[in-house]
Ligand binder design. Structure first.
Ligand SMILES: [Zn+2]
Length: 483
Protein backbone atom coordinates (compact mmCIF):
# COMPACT_ATOMS: atom_id res chain seq x y z
CA UNK A 1 0.00 0.00 0.00
CA UNK A 2 1.26 3.49 -0.85
CA UNK A 3 2.42 5.60 2.09
CA UNK A 4 1.50 9.28 1.84
CA UNK A 5 2.82 12.43 3.41
CA UNK A 6 0.95 15.68 3.84
CA UNK A 7 2.26 19.03 2.64
CA UNK A 8 0.83 21.99 4.51
CA UNK A 9 1.26 25.73 4.09
CA UNK A 10 -0.65 28.31 6.11
CA UNK A 11 -1.96 31.77 5.37
CA UNK A 12 -2.48 33.65 8.58
CA UNK A 13 -4.46 36.89 8.66
CA UNK A 14 -3.64 39.02 11.67
CA UNK A 15 -5.84 41.99 12.50
CA UNK A 16 -3.52 44.82 13.54
CA UNK A 17 -4.46 46.64 16.72
CA UNK A 18 -4.35 50.19 15.47
CA UNK A 19 -6.89 52.64 16.87
CA UNK A 20 -8.14 53.63 13.42
CA UNK A 21 -8.59 51.89 10.07
CA UNK A 22 -5.91 51.56 7.42
CA UNK A 23 -7.07 54.32 5.03
CA UNK A 24 -9.48 56.48 7.09
CA UNK A 25 -10.00 57.69 10.65
CA UNK A 26 -12.89 55.34 11.51
CA UNK A 27 -12.47 53.41 14.79
CA UNK A 28 -11.44 49.73 14.66
CA UNK A 29 -13.24 48.89 17.91
CA UNK A 30 -14.82 45.42 17.92
CA UNK A 31 -18.43 44.65 18.81
CA UNK A 32 -20.08 48.02 18.11
CA UNK A 33 -23.53 48.52 16.52
CA UNK A 34 -23.49 47.35 12.87
CA UNK A 35 -22.44 50.00 10.32
CA UNK A 36 -21.66 52.59 13.01
CA UNK A 37 -17.93 52.80 12.20
CA UNK A 38 -18.05 53.67 8.51
CA UNK A 39 -17.34 56.71 6.34
CA UNK A 40 -17.23 57.52 2.61
CA UNK A 41 -13.57 56.35 2.40
CA UNK A 42 -13.97 52.85 3.83
CA UNK A 43 -17.30 52.42 2.04
CA UNK A 44 -15.54 53.36 -1.20
CA UNK A 45 -18.02 56.06 -2.23
CA UNK A 46 -17.12 57.97 -5.42
CA UNK A 47 -14.66 60.83 -5.21
CA UNK A 48 -12.81 59.88 -2.01
CA UNK A 49 -9.09 59.23 -1.53
CA UNK A 50 -7.41 56.86 0.96
CA UNK A 51 -4.68 58.08 3.34
CA UNK A 52 -2.34 55.38 4.65
CA UNK A 53 -2.14 54.91 8.43
CA UNK A 54 1.59 55.06 9.32
CA UNK A 55 1.11 52.74 12.31
CA UNK A 56 0.15 49.91 9.93
CA UNK A 57 3.51 50.19 8.16
CA UNK A 58 5.33 50.32 11.51
CA UNK A 59 3.53 47.15 12.65
CA UNK A 60 4.44 45.52 9.33
CA UNK A 61 8.12 46.34 9.85
CA UNK A 62 8.00 45.15 13.45
CA UNK A 63 6.45 41.82 12.44
CA UNK A 64 8.92 41.38 9.60
CA UNK A 65 11.89 41.93 11.91
CA UNK A 66 10.49 39.51 14.52
CA UNK A 67 10.11 36.89 11.76
CA UNK A 68 13.68 37.45 10.48
CA UNK A 69 12.29 38.64 7.15
CA UNK A 70 13.66 41.13 4.64
CA UNK A 71 11.85 44.46 4.79
CA UNK A 72 11.27 45.78 1.28
CA UNK A 73 12.55 49.38 1.40
CA UNK A 74 10.14 50.13 -1.43
CA UNK A 75 6.76 48.39 -1.55
CA UNK A 76 3.36 49.27 -2.91
CA UNK A 77 -0.36 48.63 -2.74
CA UNK A 78 -2.39 46.93 -5.46
CA UNK A 79 -6.05 46.43 -6.15
CA UNK A 80 -7.34 42.89 -5.90
CA UNK A 81 -10.57 42.93 -7.87
CA UNK A 82 -13.49 40.75 -6.93
CA UNK A 83 -17.18 41.15 -6.38
CA UNK A 84 -18.75 40.11 -3.10
CA UNK A 85 -21.33 41.95 -0.97
CA UNK A 86 -18.98 42.24 2.02
CA UNK A 87 -16.75 44.61 0.02
CA UNK A 88 -18.56 47.68 -1.25
CA UNK A 89 -15.56 48.97 -3.29
CA UNK A 90 -15.53 45.79 -5.43
CA UNK A 91 -11.78 45.59 -4.89
CA UNK A 92 -9.59 45.01 -1.87
CA UNK A 93 -6.55 47.24 -1.42
CA UNK A 94 -3.77 44.72 -0.83
CA UNK A 95 -0.15 44.13 -1.85
CA UNK A 96 0.70 41.84 -4.77
CA UNK A 97 4.20 41.71 -6.27
CA UNK A 98 5.96 44.06 -3.82
CA UNK A 99 4.87 43.15 -0.29
CA UNK A 100 6.36 44.80 2.79
CA UNK A 101 8.16 41.61 4.00
CA UNK A 102 9.64 38.55 2.28
CA UNK A 103 11.84 35.54 3.08
CA UNK A 104 11.34 35.11 6.82
CA UNK A 105 11.55 32.09 9.12
CA UNK A 106 10.09 30.82 12.33
CA UNK A 107 11.35 27.96 14.53
CA UNK A 108 8.91 25.55 16.13
CA UNK A 109 9.51 23.06 18.95
CA UNK A 110 8.34 19.57 18.02
CA UNK A 111 6.95 17.12 20.54
CA UNK A 112 10.03 14.88 20.28
CA UNK A 113 12.18 17.78 21.51
CA UNK A 114 13.59 18.63 18.07
CA UNK A 115 13.33 22.01 16.41
CA UNK A 116 12.11 22.71 12.89
CA UNK A 117 12.44 25.86 10.85
CA UNK A 118 9.36 26.88 8.85
CA UNK A 119 9.97 29.31 6.01
CA UNK A 120 7.86 32.42 5.64
CA UNK A 121 7.31 33.40 2.04
CA UNK A 122 5.94 36.88 2.61
CA UNK A 123 3.81 39.17 4.72
CA UNK A 124 1.69 41.88 3.16
CA UNK A 125 -0.57 44.68 4.35
CA UNK A 126 -4.20 44.82 3.29
CA UNK A 127 -7.63 45.95 4.36
CA UNK A 128 -10.23 43.64 5.86
CA UNK A 129 -13.65 43.11 4.28
CA UNK A 130 -17.00 43.50 6.02
CA UNK A 131 -19.01 40.76 7.65
CA UNK A 132 -22.09 39.02 6.31
CA UNK A 133 -24.52 38.00 9.03
CA UNK A 134 -26.62 35.08 7.86
CA UNK A 135 -30.12 34.43 9.02
CA UNK A 136 -29.80 30.86 10.35
CA UNK A 137 -26.72 28.98 11.47
CA UNK A 138 -24.90 28.67 8.16
CA UNK A 139 -25.11 30.21 4.74
CA UNK A 140 -26.45 26.97 3.23
CA UNK A 141 -29.66 27.04 5.28
CA UNK A 142 -29.95 30.84 5.45
CA UNK A 143 -33.08 32.61 4.24
CA UNK A 144 -31.35 35.98 4.05
CA UNK A 145 -28.15 37.87 4.89
CA UNK A 146 -27.27 41.30 6.27
CA UNK A 147 -23.97 43.11 5.91
CA UNK A 148 -21.97 44.94 8.58
CA UNK A 149 -19.23 47.22 7.16
CA UNK A 150 -17.61 48.08 10.53
CA UNK A 151 -14.74 45.71 9.74
CA UNK A 152 -14.16 47.09 6.23
CA UNK A 153 -10.77 48.80 6.21
CA UNK A 154 -9.50 47.32 9.46
CA UNK A 155 -5.78 46.72 8.79
CA UNK A 156 -4.57 43.17 8.27
CA UNK A 157 -1.21 41.58 7.83
CA UNK A 158 -1.37 38.37 5.83
CA UNK A 159 1.55 36.11 6.71
CA UNK A 160 2.13 33.31 4.19
CA UNK A 161 4.29 30.31 5.10
CA UNK A 162 6.22 27.99 2.82
CA UNK A 163 4.64 24.52 2.44
CA UNK A 164 7.05 23.23 5.10
CA UNK A 165 4.68 21.53 7.53
CA UNK A 166 3.95 17.80 7.36
CA UNK A 167 1.23 17.25 9.99
CA UNK A 168 -1.62 18.98 11.80
CA UNK A 169 0.57 19.04 14.94
CA UNK A 170 3.28 20.98 13.12
CA UNK A 171 0.67 23.39 11.78
CA UNK A 172 -0.65 23.96 15.27
CA UNK A 173 2.87 24.48 16.65
CA UNK A 174 3.52 27.05 13.89
CA UNK A 175 0.35 29.05 14.58
CA UNK A 176 0.99 28.81 18.31
CA UNK A 177 4.51 30.22 17.99
CA UNK A 178 3.45 32.87 15.47
CA UNK A 179 0.65 33.97 17.79
CA UNK A 180 3.08 34.26 20.72
CA UNK A 181 5.52 36.35 18.67
CA UNK A 182 2.73 38.65 17.46
CA UNK A 183 1.46 39.11 21.00
CA UNK A 184 5.00 39.77 22.33
CA UNK A 185 5.57 42.50 19.75
CA UNK A 186 2.11 43.88 20.54
CA UNK A 187 0.74 44.32 17.02
CA UNK A 188 -2.43 42.22 17.46
CA UNK A 189 -4.61 40.59 20.13
CA UNK A 190 -4.67 37.37 18.07
CA UNK A 191 -8.11 36.26 19.26
CA UNK A 192 -9.13 33.40 17.00
CA UNK A 193 -12.70 33.42 18.34
CA UNK A 194 -13.16 37.14 17.58
CA UNK A 195 -11.53 36.72 14.18
CA UNK A 196 -8.45 38.86 14.86
CA UNK A 197 -6.36 35.78 13.93
CA UNK A 198 -7.64 33.77 10.97
CA UNK A 199 -5.90 30.79 9.46
CA UNK A 200 -6.41 29.28 6.00
CA UNK A 201 -4.74 25.93 5.40
CA UNK A 202 -3.36 24.80 2.04
CA UNK A 203 -3.19 21.03 2.19
CA UNK A 204 -2.05 18.42 -0.34
CA UNK A 205 -0.77 14.86 -0.10
CA UNK A 206 1.81 12.94 -2.11
CA UNK A 207 3.33 9.46 -2.02
CA UNK A 208 6.41 9.48 0.23
CA UNK A 209 9.48 9.98 -1.94
CA UNK A 210 7.67 11.95 -4.65
CA UNK A 211 9.19 15.40 -5.19
CA UNK A 212 6.31 17.12 -6.99
CA UNK A 213 3.48 18.47 -4.86
CA UNK A 214 0.01 17.00 -5.20
CA UNK A 215 -3.01 19.20 -6.03
CA UNK A 216 -3.87 21.31 -3.02
CA UNK A 217 -7.06 22.57 -1.48
CA UNK A 218 -7.48 25.64 0.68
CA UNK A 219 -9.60 25.26 3.80
CA UNK A 220 -11.11 28.25 5.60
CA UNK A 221 -13.33 28.93 8.57
CA UNK A 222 -11.45 27.29 11.46
CA UNK A 223 -12.24 29.26 14.61
CA UNK A 224 -9.97 27.56 17.13
CA UNK A 225 -6.72 25.62 17.38
CA UNK A 226 -8.75 22.47 17.78
CA UNK A 227 -10.75 23.19 14.64
CA UNK A 228 -7.51 23.88 12.74
CA UNK A 229 -6.07 20.50 13.68
CA UNK A 230 -9.31 18.62 13.01
CA UNK A 231 -9.80 20.29 9.63
CA UNK A 232 -6.25 19.48 8.48
CA UNK A 233 -6.50 15.87 9.68
CA UNK A 234 -9.84 15.53 7.91
CA UNK A 235 -8.51 17.01 4.68
CA UNK A 236 -5.43 14.73 4.68
CA UNK A 237 -7.59 11.64 5.19
CA UNK A 238 -10.14 12.76 2.58
CA UNK A 239 -7.48 13.36 -0.06
CA UNK A 240 -5.73 10.02 0.53
CA UNK A 241 -9.05 8.21 0.38
CA UNK A 242 -10.01 10.01 -2.86
CA UNK A 243 -6.71 9.07 -4.53
CA UNK A 244 -6.77 5.49 -3.24
CA UNK A 245 -10.27 4.98 -4.63
CA UNK A 246 -9.15 6.16 -8.06
CA UNK A 247 -10.40 9.75 -7.87
CA UNK A 248 -8.51 13.02 -8.39
CA UNK A 249 -8.16 16.01 -6.10
CA UNK A 250 -9.79 19.19 -7.38
CA UNK A 251 -8.04 22.48 -6.69
CA UNK A 252 -10.67 24.36 -4.72
CA UNK A 253 -11.53 26.39 -1.66
CA UNK A 254 -13.26 24.40 1.07
CA UNK A 255 -14.96 25.41 4.29
CA UNK A 256 -14.69 23.65 7.65
CA UNK A 257 -18.02 22.66 9.19
CA UNK A 258 -17.18 22.24 12.87
CA UNK A 259 -20.49 20.66 13.84
CA UNK A 260 -20.33 17.98 11.19
CA UNK A 261 -16.55 17.59 11.56
CA UNK A 262 -15.87 17.80 7.82
CA UNK A 263 -14.70 20.13 5.06
CA UNK A 264 -17.15 21.06 2.27
CA UNK A 265 -16.47 22.38 -1.21
CA UNK A 266 -17.09 26.14 -1.42
CA UNK A 267 -15.84 27.22 -4.84
CA UNK A 268 -13.19 26.35 -7.39
CA UNK A 269 -9.88 27.93 -6.49
CA UNK A 270 -9.06 31.25 -8.13
CA UNK A 271 -5.68 31.91 -9.68
CA UNK A 272 -3.92 35.23 -9.13
CA UNK A 273 -4.81 36.38 -12.66
CA UNK A 274 -8.52 35.97 -11.89
CA UNK A 275 -8.19 38.96 -9.57
CA UNK A 276 -6.81 41.29 -12.25
CA UNK A 277 -4.35 42.85 -9.82
CA UNK A 278 -3.10 46.29 -10.77
CA UNK A 279 -1.18 49.00 -8.88
CA UNK A 280 -3.37 51.15 -6.64
CA UNK A 281 -3.40 54.52 -8.41
CA UNK A 282 -4.63 56.43 -5.33
CA UNK A 283 -1.68 55.56 -3.08
CA UNK A 284 1.99 56.41 -3.58
CA UNK A 285 4.54 53.59 -3.19
CA UNK A 286 5.82 53.21 0.38
CA UNK A 287 9.48 54.06 0.92
CA UNK A 288 10.96 52.87 4.21
CA UNK A 289 14.18 54.44 5.48
CA UNK A 290 17.03 52.58 7.19
CA UNK A 291 16.61 54.87 10.22
CA UNK A 292 12.98 53.87 10.61
CA UNK A 293 13.83 50.16 10.46
CA UNK A 294 16.60 50.60 13.06
CA UNK A 295 14.28 52.55 15.33
CA UNK A 296 11.68 49.76 15.18
CA UNK A 297 14.39 47.12 15.72
CA UNK A 298 15.58 48.87 18.89
CA UNK A 299 12.07 48.64 20.36
CA UNK A 300 11.69 44.89 19.80
CA UNK A 301 11.41 42.87 23.04
CA UNK A 302 13.32 39.62 23.58
CA UNK A 303 11.25 37.07 21.64
CA UNK A 304 9.66 33.87 23.02
CA UNK A 305 12.16 31.42 21.48
CA UNK A 306 15.15 33.25 22.93
CA UNK A 307 13.46 33.63 26.34
CA UNK A 308 12.68 29.94 26.50
CA UNK A 309 16.28 29.03 25.71
CA UNK A 310 17.59 31.46 28.33
CA UNK A 311 15.30 30.04 31.03
CA UNK A 312 16.41 26.49 30.18
CA UNK A 313 20.14 27.10 29.67
CA UNK A 314 20.83 29.82 32.24
CA UNK A 315 18.15 29.27 34.89
CA UNK A 316 18.01 25.47 34.66
CA UNK A 317 14.24 25.24 34.17
CA UNK A 318 12.70 22.37 32.21
CA UNK A 319 11.52 23.18 28.69
CA UNK A 320 7.94 22.66 29.89
CA UNK A 321 8.30 25.19 32.73
CA UNK A 322 10.10 27.66 30.46
CA UNK A 323 7.31 27.34 27.87
CA UNK A 324 4.56 27.97 30.41
CA UNK A 325 6.37 30.96 31.99
CA UNK A 326 7.05 32.58 28.61
CA UNK A 327 3.55 31.96 27.25
CA UNK A 328 2.73 35.64 27.69
CA UNK A 329 5.12 38.59 27.69
CA UNK A 330 3.55 39.84 30.93
CA UNK A 331 4.31 36.61 32.80
CA UNK A 332 7.79 36.33 31.27
CA UNK A 333 8.64 39.90 32.34
CA UNK A 334 7.19 39.31 35.79
CA UNK A 335 9.35 36.20 36.19
CA UNK A 336 12.49 38.10 35.16
CA UNK A 337 11.83 40.82 37.69
CA UNK A 338 11.16 38.38 40.56
CA UNK A 339 14.31 36.55 39.52
CA UNK A 340 16.35 39.69 40.19
CA UNK A 341 15.39 39.47 43.87
CA UNK A 342 15.41 35.68 44.39
CA UNK A 343 18.20 33.36 43.31
CA UNK A 344 16.01 30.26 42.96
CA UNK A 345 14.45 29.89 39.51
CA UNK A 346 12.62 26.65 40.28
CA UNK A 347 10.83 28.03 43.37
CA UNK A 348 9.76 31.12 41.45
CA UNK A 349 8.53 29.04 38.50
CA UNK A 350 6.59 26.71 40.80
CA UNK A 351 4.91 29.60 42.56
CA UNK A 352 4.05 31.50 39.37
CA UNK A 353 2.80 28.43 37.49
CA UNK A 354 1.02 26.94 40.52
CA UNK A 355 -0.71 28.95 43.24
CA UNK A 356 -0.37 32.36 41.61
CA UNK A 357 -1.73 31.27 38.21
CA UNK A 358 -4.54 29.38 39.93
CA UNK A 359 -5.62 32.46 41.90
CA UNK A 360 -5.31 34.67 38.82
CA UNK A 361 -7.47 32.26 36.82
CA UNK A 362 -10.11 32.30 39.53
CA UNK A 363 -10.20 36.08 39.27
CA UNK A 364 -10.17 35.92 35.46
CA UNK A 365 -7.15 38.22 35.58
CA UNK A 366 -3.60 38.23 34.27
CA UNK A 367 -0.49 39.20 36.19
CA UNK A 368 -0.14 42.60 34.49
CA UNK A 369 -3.77 43.50 35.22
CA UNK A 370 -3.56 42.37 38.84
CA UNK A 371 -3.01 44.27 42.10
CA UNK A 372 0.46 42.91 42.66
CA UNK A 373 3.95 43.53 41.38
CA UNK A 374 7.17 41.46 41.59
CA UNK A 375 7.99 42.93 45.05
CA UNK A 376 4.97 41.08 46.48
CA UNK A 377 6.21 37.72 45.25
CA UNK A 378 9.80 38.40 46.32
CA UNK A 379 8.62 39.18 49.86
CA UNK A 380 6.34 36.13 49.89
CA UNK A 381 9.13 33.73 48.90
CA UNK A 382 11.46 35.31 51.49
CA UNK A 383 8.82 34.76 54.21
CA UNK A 384 8.78 31.07 53.25
CA UNK A 385 12.58 30.89 53.23
CA UNK A 386 13.00 32.32 56.73
CA UNK A 387 10.31 30.02 58.11
CA UNK A 388 7.80 32.79 58.95
CA UNK A 389 5.17 31.02 56.86
CA UNK A 390 4.78 27.59 55.31
CA UNK A 391 3.88 26.85 51.69
CA UNK A 392 0.43 26.03 52.93
CA UNK A 393 0.00 29.47 54.43
CA UNK A 394 1.35 31.06 51.24
CA UNK A 395 -1.69 29.54 49.52
CA UNK A 396 -3.89 31.65 51.82
CA UNK A 397 -1.80 34.79 51.44
CA UNK A 398 -1.81 34.84 47.61
CA UNK A 399 -5.57 35.34 47.03
CA UNK A 400 -5.62 37.99 49.79
CA UNK A 401 -2.66 39.76 48.20
CA UNK A 402 -4.41 39.77 44.81
CA UNK A 403 -7.64 41.03 46.37
CA UNK A 404 -6.20 43.87 48.45
CA UNK A 405 -2.83 44.62 46.90
CA UNK A 406 -1.35 44.49 50.44
CA UNK A 407 2.20 43.23 50.96
CA UNK A 408 2.44 39.63 52.23
CA UNK A 409 4.11 40.59 55.52
CA UNK A 410 1.19 42.87 56.39
CA UNK A 411 -1.35 40.15 55.53
CA UNK A 412 0.50 37.54 57.59
CA UNK A 413 0.65 39.85 60.62
CA UNK A 414 -2.92 41.11 60.37
CA UNK A 415 -4.41 37.65 59.89
CA UNK A 416 -2.18 36.02 62.50
CA UNK A 417 -0.79 33.59 59.95
CA UNK A 418 2.75 33.46 61.33
CA UNK A 419 4.00 29.89 61.39
CA UNK A 420 4.01 28.08 64.76
CA UNK A 421 7.59 27.12 65.49
CA UNK A 422 7.36 27.01 69.30
CA UNK A 423 8.52 23.47 70.06
CA UNK A 424 6.86 23.27 73.49
CA UNK A 425 3.45 24.33 72.20
CA UNK A 426 3.64 22.03 69.19
CA UNK A 427 4.74 19.10 71.33
CA UNK A 428 1.53 19.32 73.38
CA UNK A 429 -0.57 19.27 70.20
CA UNK A 430 1.41 16.35 68.78
CA UNK A 431 0.84 14.33 71.94
CA UNK A 432 -2.89 14.97 71.92
CA UNK A 433 -3.13 14.00 68.25
CA UNK A 434 -1.31 10.73 69.01
CA UNK A 435 -3.71 10.04 71.86
CA UNK A 436 -6.73 10.65 69.66
CA UNK A 437 -5.49 8.42 66.85
CA UNK A 438 -4.33 5.13 68.38
CA UNK A 439 -5.09 3.23 65.14
CA UNK A 440 -2.60 5.32 63.16
CA UNK A 441 0.04 4.85 65.85
CA UNK A 442 -0.57 1.10 65.65
CA UNK A 443 -0.33 1.20 61.82
CA UNK A 444 2.99 3.03 62.03
CA UNK A 445 4.38 0.40 64.39
CA UNK A 446 3.32 -2.28 61.92
CA UNK A 447 5.49 -0.66 59.30
CA UNK A 448 2.95 1.57 57.56
CA UNK A 449 5.03 4.71 57.13
CA UNK A 450 2.09 6.39 55.43
CA UNK A 451 0.44 6.76 58.83
CA UNK A 452 2.86 9.62 59.58
CA UNK A 453 1.38 11.65 56.72
CA UNK A 454 -2.08 11.29 58.21
CA UNK A 455 -0.86 12.35 61.65
CA UNK A 456 0.97 15.39 60.22
CA UNK A 457 -2.31 16.32 58.55
CA UNK A 458 -4.13 16.10 61.90
CA UNK A 459 -1.59 18.39 63.58
CA UNK A 460 -1.86 20.89 60.69
CA UNK A 461 -5.63 20.79 61.04
CA UNK A 462 -5.44 21.41 64.79
CA UNK A 463 -3.19 24.43 64.19
CA UNK A 464 -5.20 25.72 61.19
CA UNK A 465 -2.25 25.09 58.90
CA UNK A 466 0.12 27.25 60.93
CA UNK A 467 2.44 24.59 62.36
CA UNK A 468 5.95 24.45 60.92
CA UNK A 469 5.70 21.21 58.90
CA UNK A 470 9.37 20.30 59.33
CA UNK A 471 9.12 20.60 63.08
CA UNK A 472 5.86 18.61 63.17
CA UNK A 473 7.51 15.78 61.25
CA UNK A 474 10.48 15.73 63.56
CA UNK A 475 8.37 15.77 66.74
CA UNK A 476 6.01 13.07 65.45
CA UNK A 477 8.83 10.73 64.57
CA UNK A 478 10.45 11.30 67.97
CA UNK A 479 7.23 10.54 69.85
CA UNK A 480 6.36 7.54 67.69
CA UNK A 481 9.74 5.94 68.23
CA UNK A 482 9.34 6.34 72.03
CA UNK A 483 5.88 4.80 72.05
ZN1 LIG B 1 -13.96 54.97 7.34
Amino acid sequence: MTQYEAVIGLEVHVELKTKTKIFCSCSTEFGKAPNSHVCPVCLGLPGVLPVLNKKVVEFGIRTGLALHADINRRNKFDRKNYYYPDLSKNFQTSQFDQPICEHGALTIDLENGEKKVIGITRAHMEEDAGKLVHNGNTISVSSGSLVDYNRVGVPLLEIVSEPDMRSAEEAKAYVDELKKIIQYIDVSDCKMEEGSLRVDANVSVRPIGQIDFGTRTETKNMNSFKALQRAIDYEIARQIETIESGGTIVQETRTWDDERGMTLSMRSKEEAHDYRYFPEPDLAPIVISEEWIEEVRRQLPELPQSRRSRLVLEDGLSLYDATVITDTLAMADFYDRVRMGIDDAKSIANLLMGDLSKSLNELGSSVDESNIDPAHVIELIRLMYDGTISGKIAKQVIPEMLKTGDMPKKIVEEKGLVQMSDEGALEAIVLSVLQENPQSVEDYKNGKDKAVGFLVGQVMKATKGKANPGLVNKLLKEKLSLN
